[in-house]
Design a protein around this ligand. Structure first.
Ligand code: DP6
Length: 325
C-alpha cells in the first residue's frame, strides 16, 4: 500500500521574507497567500523495512534523488511523534510545473510530504500540526496545507485559512514562466542575505505588518482595487532588501521587467492587473476572470519571437488531499 498526497503551490500576495528563528524556521514577516489550483505536487510514500535501528528516508523529486540532509529537520520533527518500529521511508514527488524556478515548488512539496508522512506513520496530526510540520521543510509550505486564502502570521508555528476557495470565485492568477531554468540562489539563502546585510531589512519587517492588515481587509471585501497596490508594494519592497544586500541578489530577468511593464500598461487602460514575483524570474499577474482575455492579449502583443514563455491561468485551489492506493 502507498500513500498519495496532493498539494497546490501557495502564491504569496504579501510575502514572507526573513526568519525570526532560523533553527525553528519561524517567519519574521507575516504573509498572506492563495492556493494556485492549476499546479500541483503529487507525492507517493511507502514504508520499507529499516536497515538499521532507526528510521531513514530517501526522497526523489521528478525522478531525481535528493540530498537526504535537506530533509533532516523535517523528518527529525516528524519522527518525534512516531512510536512504531523503525522504517525506511521512500518518497517520490512529482511537480506538474518547473521545480525550484520560483513557482513555490517547495511550498506544495513540503505540504504534500507532511500530509503523506502524517498518514503513513499514523501521526494523527490535525491541519494546524501538519502545517507546522511542513514549516520544518519550508516556511511557505505552511500555507499550502489549507486551500483558498491563507495567512501565516509573523513568528507563528503554522498558517491558518482566512477564507475557503469559493470566497472570491472571480479572482485569477496569470502565471508567466519566462524561464524554466533552476534558480541560482535558494530563497532560503537570499532571505538570509537580506536579513543579515540589508540596511532596509528592519523597515521591510515593520512595513509588512501594515501590508498584512491591508491585504486581509481587501480580501475580506473582495476588493482588487484595494488589494492590488498592496500586492505590488509587498513584492517590490521584498526585492528592495535583496538589491540592497551584500552581495546583492538579482532574480529578475529582462523578460520579467517586460511583463511588469505590460501589467502597468494594462492598469493605465483600466484593467486590474497586479503583478507579483517570488525568488525567481517568473511573474504572476493577479486579475479578475472578466479581464483574463485582455491580460493574455497584452502578453501576446508584448512578447518577442525569441520568448519561449509558458503562460497559465489559475483560479484559487483547494487544500492538501491525502489518499491510500
Ligand atoms: C518569496 O518558503 O522557500 O516565495 O522557509 O527558507 O524554505 P524557507 O523559504 P521559502 O520562501 C518563500 C519566499 C517567497 C515568499 C512567500 O512564499 O511568502
Amino acid at each position: 500500500m502507498s500513500i498519495v498526497a496532493v498539494a497546490h503551490p501557495n502564491l504569496a500576495l504579501v510575502k514572507y521574507w526573513g526568519k525570526a528563528d532560523t533553527g525553528l524556521n519561524l517567519p519574521a514577516s507575516g504573509s498572506i497567500g492563495i492556493s494556485l489550483g492549476a499546479f500541483s505536487t503529487t507525492t507517493r510514500l511507502r514504508l520499507e523495512a529499516a536497515n538499521s535501528g532507526s528510521s531513514t528516508w530517501e526522497v526523489s523529486i521528478n525522478g531525481r534523488t535528493q540530498d537526504p540532509e535537506r530533509f533532516r529537520d523535517f523528518f527529525d520533527e516528524a519522527l518525534k511523534g512516531y512510536s512504531g518500529e523503525p522504517r525506511h521511508i521512500v518518497v517520490a514527488s512529482e511537480n506538474d510545473f518547473p521545480t525550484a524556478a520560483g513557482l513555490a515548488s517547495s511550498a506544495s512539496g513540503f505540504a504534500a510530504l507532511a500530509g503523506a508522512v502524517n498518514r503513513g506513520l499514523n501521526l494523527n496530526l490535525n491541519d494546524s500540526d501538519i502545517s507546522a510540520l511542513a514549516r520544518r521543510g519550508s516556511g511557505s509550505a505552511t500555507r499550502s496545507v489549507s486551500g483558498g486564502f491563507v495567512a501565516y502570521p509573523e513568528k507563528a508555528a503554522s498558517a491558518r485559512q482566512l477564507h475557503r476557495e469559493n470566497h472570491w470565485p472571480e479572482l485569477r492568477c496569470v502565471i508567466v514562466q519566462v524561464s524554466s531554468g533552476k534558480k541560482a540562489v535558494s530563497s532560503r539563502k537570499a532571505m538570509e542575505a537580506s536579513r543579515t546585510t540589508s540596511p532596509y531589512y528592519p523597515a521591510w519587517i515593520e512595513d509588512s505588518r501594515k501590508l498584512v492588515d491591508q491585504a486581509r481587509d481587501a480580501i475580506a471585501d473582495r476588493d482588487l482595487d484595494a488589494l492590488g497596490p498592496v500586492i505590488r508594494r509587498s513584492y517590490l519592497r521584498m526585492f528592495s532588501t535583496m538589491f540592497s544586500a551584500d552581495d546583492p541578489v538579482m532574480f529578475w530577468q529582462e523578460a520579467s521587467i517586460r511583463v511588469m511593464n505590460i501589467a502597468a500598461e494594462l492598469r493605465k487602460n483600466g484593467i486590474a492587473a497586479w503583478e507579483t514575483m517570488d525568488a525567481g524570474p517568473q511573474v504572476k499577474i493577479i486579475t479578475l476572470e472578466t479581464q483574463v482575455e485582455a491580460v493574455l492579449t497584452a502578453l501576446e502583443a508584448g512578447r518577442s519571437g525569441a520568448d519561449d514563455w509558458v503562460i497559465s491561468v489559475s483560479g484559487i485551489g483547494s487544500g492538501l488531499k491525502v489518499r491510500e492506493e
